[in-house]
Design a protein around this ligand. Sequence first.
Ligand code: ITT
Length: 193
Amino acid sequence: MKIVFATNNAHKLSEVKAVLGDGYELVTLKEVGITEDIPETGDTLDENASLKARYVYERTGLDCFADDTGLEVEALGGAPGVRSARYATDGHDFAANNRKLLKELDGVTNREARFRTVISLIVAGEEIQVEGVVNGVIALSESGSEGFGYDPLFIPEGKDVTFAEMSADEKNSISHRGRAVAELVKVLHKVYK
Ligand code: ITT
């Protein structure tokens, strides 16, 4: 079954491929001729996931889905949240984002945080949203080189290492995106049965 995954993030693509398995052929934005950045102008993850998926559906008419993810830090009132990609700069500068997060939390004892992923799926024009969450804490310094984004700073609940110190399989088995994609698979099984 062919389905477009509306992302420009290669890390996301490989994580989602691993969880979806062989039953689905993921088609990239480039493969359907969308090379421009899709505007993410919403105020929430739900809105942005929806904007991205609809953008692709309107241009291609193909079944598709998009993920929008944010890191929500309790002591920062839920920031960076929907602005996670552009926290420190206009671009996706992971190192600068991590530096800014550590600075904002300097001396802060409450380091509770969660990653939240919202996926919007459009099948035959009908939209469905699913979500995945993982709770954790923000470490005092970066550790590990796997994964991407805020992974070197995020220690998931019940673990004593960051996502960046885990294998891809280990991260996927407990992560926000792994959980959201597991929900997505349930929906896909129903709609494509
Ligand atoms: P697309 O919109 O092209 O899918 P993106 O990188 O802009 O890719 P998001 O807006 O969903 O993706 O994600 C916002 C940021 O949140 C992203 O740039 C990373 O810094 C961070 N992020 C997302 N998922 C993450 C993960 O699994 N681990 C660590 N950081 C993550």
